[in-house]
Ligand binder design. Structure first.
Ligand code: F6R
Ligand code: MG
Ligand code: MG
Length: 376
């Protein structure tokens, strides 16, 4: 039996530089300092702070299990301090994802997004982190399906005897707050029927079927459902285990060889093509996008992120690679095509899925000017 270790990835938009573009250094520094202090105190064993666009991402590795109050409080207080600094600097949208005033034991339901996974460390434990900006929670449905269920993507599903038993997918219905587990390959068609509706059904967890080994965990926070109104995009994160009876790192990255459409982008109200990018390019520009995705690779060993001589975590910036040029190029081509359509569906989301819309006001304003077609 391996050592039990928890990987927690908690993220939040507390305000950014130049509109919703990027988290500036002073805000990241606050997060670094808080994390360093928590490490010295022994609350966490390792951490890595980064940003994707306007979201701060706190990757923490510790021994305290999932939904742990101390870990969630650490993230909450870090975001609060960062939001206060953002307010002082008059950054844009300061404190925007901190939807509640009081901490209530975990950050769930308070605004920040959280993906967590307690694992029993294998002999060698490669982990991939995915993080998106300007995208709704369902953005990982398609790639996760490909990684863990599509034999045309993942050779291991047909070649590796350890994977032939298939995988189980937990799907969360974010509108009704319900979940269901579906097993692939047997229930693949039903799974696709649900997760194809990316605005509602989100893959939240994946296990290897034969031994229930946890393989993936994603954040399913829906800010709109918490606040009951548009307050920004969910910009989700995912933690995925790789290799040795699970999809290889290359099989996890292959779905990103092509761009695909996600709900989000400008004002959370458009279909936007995702662009896999390095940390350096994880900042949104054209039409507040296009939606960006970052992939980081690391190894977990003895409760920590494997580090260098100075104990600095070793992090592979996986999309920092010409192999993803084609996806980036496709993304720009789709961007041009969709933006040519302006505010006409399907470039714009249908009104029930738009994060906010002036349609109701327009209809209200003109209610007396609408007449029955039969009247003269
Ligand atoms: C999308 C996003 C941005 C904003 C847009 C308008 O998630 O954050 O596209 O919706 O820049 O922002 P406000 O309403 O703050 O001017
Ligand atoms: Mg934002
Ligand atoms: Mg964001």
């Amino acid at each position: 039996m391996g050592r039990k270790t928890t990987v927690s990835l908690i993220k939040c938009d507390v305000g950014s530089l130049a509109g919703h573009h990027v988290v500036p250094k002073p805000i990241l520094n606050i997060a670094e300092k808080r994390m360093e202090k928590a490490k010295k105190k022994g609350l966490i064993n390792s951490f890595y702070v980064f940003n994707v666009g306007d979201d701060i991402e706190l990757l923490m590795v510790h021994d305290k299990g999932e939904l742990n109050e101390e870990i969630h409080r650490l993230a909450w207080e870090t975001f609060q301090e960062a939001a206060n600094k953002a307010k002082k600097l008059k950054l844009y949208g300061a404190g925007q994802d901190l939807l509640k005033d009081a901490f209530t034991g975990t950050v769930s339901g308070l605004g920040p997004g959280v993906a967590e996974m307690e694992i029993e460390e294998r002999e060698s434990e490669p982990i991939i982190i995915l993080a998106a900006d300007k995208a709704a929670t369902g953005v990982f449905n398609l790639p996760l399906f490909k990684m863990f269920a599509d034999p045309m993507n993942t050779a291991g599903l047909v070649i590796d005897p350890a994977m032939i038993g298939g995988f189980k997918f937990e799907v969360t219905d974010i509108a009704e707050n319900k979940k269901i587990v579906l097993k692939c390959p047997e229930e693949m068609y039903e799974l696709v029927a649900l997760i194809g509706e990316v605005k509602r059904y989100v893959i939240s967890r994946i296990w290897r079927a034969e031994d229930n080994l946890i393989c993936a965990s994603t954040s399913i926070t829906s800010l709109t459902h918490i606040a009951g109104r548009y307050v920004g995009k969910d910009d989700p994160v995912a933690i995925i285990r790789a290799q040795h009876g699970l999809p290889a790192v290359g099989e996890i990255l292959t779905p990103f060889m092509h761009s695909y459409l996600a709900a989000g982008w400008m004002r959370g109200s458009h279909w936007g093509p995702v662009m896999p990018v390095s940390l350096r390019d994880a900042k949104c520009t054209i039409f507040d996008g296009p939606p960006r995705i970052v992939a980081l690779g690391l190894q977990i060993a003895d409760g920590k992120i494997s580090g260098d001589e100075e104990n600095k975590p070793l992090i592979a910036d996986l999309f920092d690679d010409p192999a993803f040029e084609l996806a980036r190029r496709e993304c720009l081509e789709y961007t041009v095509m969709l933006r040519r359509m302006g505010e006409f569906e399907p470039a714009r989301l249908s009104s029930e899925h738009m994060e906010y819309t002036a349609i109701a006001q327009i209809i209200g304003k003109f209610k007396d000017r609408f007449t029955l077609k039969s009247e003269k």
